[in-house]
Design a protein around this ligand. Structure first.
Ligand code: GDP
Ligand code: FO1
Length: 315
């Protein structure tokens, strides 16, 4: 059997960088990106899927390089107007981005699944790789914090990750079914590797791993599972990953992220800035430059990750 399919698990900004690198070095039909939907929420009557959209815009070359989320060349007339009316303007929906939320909401209400909507949007935006939500069922990340249980986007955007995090929960996850196409792909016998992108472990990767059957399907693929550390030099590149680790009582290190994934991992890619932590990691470690500033960096890290996976597969 020809094992050519690369399955990449991703959240938003960090994951999408590596997904873009992979999409540029792999034939389109050899990449399947599994998107976290724990960040999804309903806002202003609209169905918002931030990680799917970050991946979609990034892979289509429409992403906003300044924010990492939303669209490039954005205008904000809608936000300005709704703010002037006293409406909710804490979650910034740009004019161009708004069109995607309105159209997704219409299609979901008409009975399409989130997977169907996502697949069609990707096709229309010229994306060759497949991007699929982890599940079509509703899963919502909630945060137990020093101000009580709060919804994820309330924590992340409205309160700008200020609350101290004690615990995360993924509402609905125990009843959620994994996306059937993802499971079919993992069971097809054609998976080259499963890559866990350098995403936030707690809010981007663990919701995917918490979908019943997802971990088992990943393991049953018999392909090497390789993660890329989102921690570089003992700090996050962006976002609350390091702050969350501290608040959850974990050491802030690349090794602690590997420990979090535990025996799921066969391989782990970490930065040369973190090389002193290698000794404690159970998976086969590859040391590399993992900061993705340029397009070349993204492609280079994608190559390193695939090479590490192929080396594990040929053991
Ligand atoms: P979010 O859903 O938008 O929060 O994005 P992700 O969860 O996919 O990614 C957030 C993580 O990406 C953070 O922990 C960052 O440290 C990590 N990250 C961002 N850029 C890079 C990079 O260039 N290299 C690596 N290794 N990690 C990165
Ligand atoms: N993140 C922000 O920090 N502020 C925003 O106003 C904001 C708006 C927004 C709109 C659409 C979208 O798809 C994402 C957006 N994000 C915004 C990203 C935000 O939702 C988070 O980065 C992710 O959920 C974490 O993965």
């Amino acid at each position: 059997m020809n094992k050519r399919l690369v399955v990449a698990l991703s959240g938003g900004v960090g994951g999408a960088k590596l997904a873009l690198g992979l999409s540029r070095i792999l034939p389109a039909d050899e990449l399947l990106v599994v998107a976290n939907t724990g960040d999804d929420f309903e806002h202003l009557g609209l169905s918002i899927s931030p990680d799917i959209d970050t991946l979609t815009y990034t892979l289509a070359g429409l992403d906003n390089p300044a924010t990492g989320w939303g669209r490039r060349d954005e205008t904000w007339s809608f936000m300005d107007s709704i703010g002037a009316l006293g409406g909710e303007d804490w979650f910034k929906l740009g004019d161009r981005d708004l069109a995607l939320h309105v159209e997704r909401t219409r299609r979901l209400r008409a009975g399409q699944t989130l997977s169907e909507v996502t697949t069609d949007v990707c096709r229309r935006l010229g994306i060759g790789a497949r991007v699929l939500p982890m599940s079509d069922d509703r899963v919502r990340t909630r945060v137990r914090s020093d101000v009580g249980w709060i919804d994820f986007q309330d924590y992340f955007v409205r309160q700008q990750c200020r609350p101290v995090v004690h615990e995360l929960a993924f509402d609905g996850v125990t009843l959620a079914r994994p996306n059937a196409d993802i499971v079919a792909a993992l069971r097809s016998g054609s998976v080259r590797t499963v890559i866990i992108c350098p995403s936030n472990p707690f809010i981007s990767v663990e919701p995917i791993l918490a979908i019943p059957g997802m971990r088992d399907a990943m393991k049953a693929s018999n392909a090497p599972i390789v993660a890329v550390s989102p921690i570089i030099g003992g700090e996050a590149v962006k976002g609350p990953t390091a702050k969350m680790m501290r608040e959850l009582g974990l050491e802030v290190s690349a090794a602690a992220v590997a420990a979090r994934y535990g025996d799921l991992l066969d391989g782990y890619i970490m930065d040369d800035a973190d090389a002193d932590g290698v000794g404690t990691i159970g998976a086969r470690v590859t040391i590399a430059k993992t900061l993705m500033k340029s397009l070349d960096d993204r492609e280079a890290l994608a190559r390193v990750t695939l090479d590490a996976a192929d080396a594990l597969a040929s053991r």
